[in-house]
Design a protein around this ligand. Structure first.
Ligand code: PLP
Length: 390
């Protein structure tokens, strides 16, 4: 037996465990101090009414002989694929049912899709970004190179013809920076990918936070994207499904072999998302579901506004927060990401995420999220203002 030694090349992920340890140590020494967490990437609002009703109905169906369901289609029930097809049509993106694959979330699909690609491929990943892209490729032994996202390019790196790559990751709106590509910028990526016969893996997990109609929510809004891109979507942040688990991946039929291989891969290694969860997901795309999830997203956006306004007042540079739940700020006074983390924890007991945990270009930056409660966000920002003497 030989193990996959590529696992030895994974960098240990100390980010969230180090944060947790520092918070526990601080609390032990200062039991009377209230800590406010603005670092979480998880939602806090409960599932909306339309989803809960659909869940109850589906659970009842499962207890009745006539409506009980066993194994479903591995790629998802047609009722949910149809709901997603209609959702895309609203943005003038036409999809066939066979191009829509239902899954238990974007993270699994982002990892699993790599089954379709040769180990010899070179991968281009933006830095900083969601760490799963790098780790899943390291596990397979692929070569990963980076495109630098920084203040100069507003955290939106553009294609560099000198980088010879086969697989290109794009995350827009971006985690952790909140930066969003325009249609013109995405067109350049699409043209570049086509010119070098690369594939784009487009992560649209935060598309629902985009509130400007001119900004693309799907890469298929860009001409030519169906010939070079796979899109990953999730109901996690959109509809509070982080614990309920449902997402979907679009593999265009024009990517001939990839669409067929993905179906083959899923039917071989996956047995589908539970019926009740797919009914809940279908409810997200109903009229009432859309209205209710938008109210929840609005709640988080107001938190983001509270944070942004405070940073404006304190004269701290930041980006994001407008079309994203994430606010990405420059640590003041030249502090490193971890120095700023400690400074905030020790002085005002506000916890965020050090940017260095998302890649080398994240050093000196810090991620705050709008997923907390409004009360806590306001209190955290009041403390912030006091610390920065506003
Ligand atoms: N993609 C990005 C950019 C994310 O930030 C996350 C979760 O934080 C995911 C994908 C994973 O989503 P899911 O919960 O659907 O697995």
């Amino acid at each position: 037996m030989n193990i996959n030694e590529n696992y030895l090349n994974l960098e240990q992920s100390y980010l969230f465990s180090t944060i947790a340890k520092k918070v526990i140590d601080f609390s032990a020494k200062n039991p009377d101090k209230k800590i406010i967490r603005l670092g979480i990437g998880d939602v806090t609002l409960p599932l909306c009414k339309a989803v809960i009703e659909a869940l109850h109905k589906a659970v009842d169906e499962m207890g009745v002989q006539e409506t009980f369901r066993g194994y479903g289609p591995e790629q998802g029930y047609e009722f949910l694929q149809t709901a997603i097809k209609k959702y895309y049509l609203k943005r003038n993106v036409e999809l066939n049912i066979n191009e829509i694959f239902i899954s238990d979330g974007a993270k699994s699909d982002l990892g699993n899709i790599l089954d379709l690609f040769s180990k010899e491929n070179t991968v281009l990943v933006p830095d900083p970004v969601y760490p799963v892209y790098v780790d899943t490729n390291v596990m397979a032994g692929r070569k990963v190179i980076f495109s630098n996202a920084n203040r100069e390019n507003e955290f939106l790196p553009m294609p560099d013809a000198s980088q010879k790559v086969d697989i290109i990751y794009i995350c827009s709106p971006n985690n952790p920076t909140g930066a969003v590509y325009s249609k013109e910028q995405l067109k350049k990526w699409v043209d570049y990918a086509k010119s070098i016969k690369a594939i784009i893996l487009f992560d649209a997990a935060y598309e629902c936070f985009i509130s400007d109609d001119k900004l693309p929510k799907s890469i298929y809004e860009i001409e030519g994207a169906k010939e070079c891109a796979i899109e990953f979507c999730s109901l996690s942040k959109t509809a509070g499904f982080t614990g309920t688990r449902c997402g979907y991946t679009i593999v265009p039929e024009s990517l001939d072999k990839l669409n067929k291989f993905w179906l083959r891969r899923q039917t071989t290694k996956f047995n589908g998302v539970p019926y009740i969860i797919q009914r809940a997901a279908e409810a997200v795309f109903s009229e009432s579901g859309q209205k209710e999830i938008k109210e929840n997203i609005q709640y988080y956006k107001e938190n983001a506004k509270i944070i942004s306004e405070t940073l404006d007042k304190c004269g701290i540079w930041y980006t994001g927060g407008k079309h994203s739940p994430y606010i990405w700020l420059k640590c003041p006074n030249g502090m490193s990401s971890w120095e700023f983390f400690d400074y905030m924890l020790n002085n005002i007991q506000v916890v965020g995420t050090p940017g260095a945990g998302f890649g080398k270009n994240g050093e000196g930056f810090f991620r705050l999220t709008s997923f907390g409660s409004k009360e806590n966000t306001i209190e955290a920002m009041e403390r912030f203002k006091k610390l920065f003497k506003i």
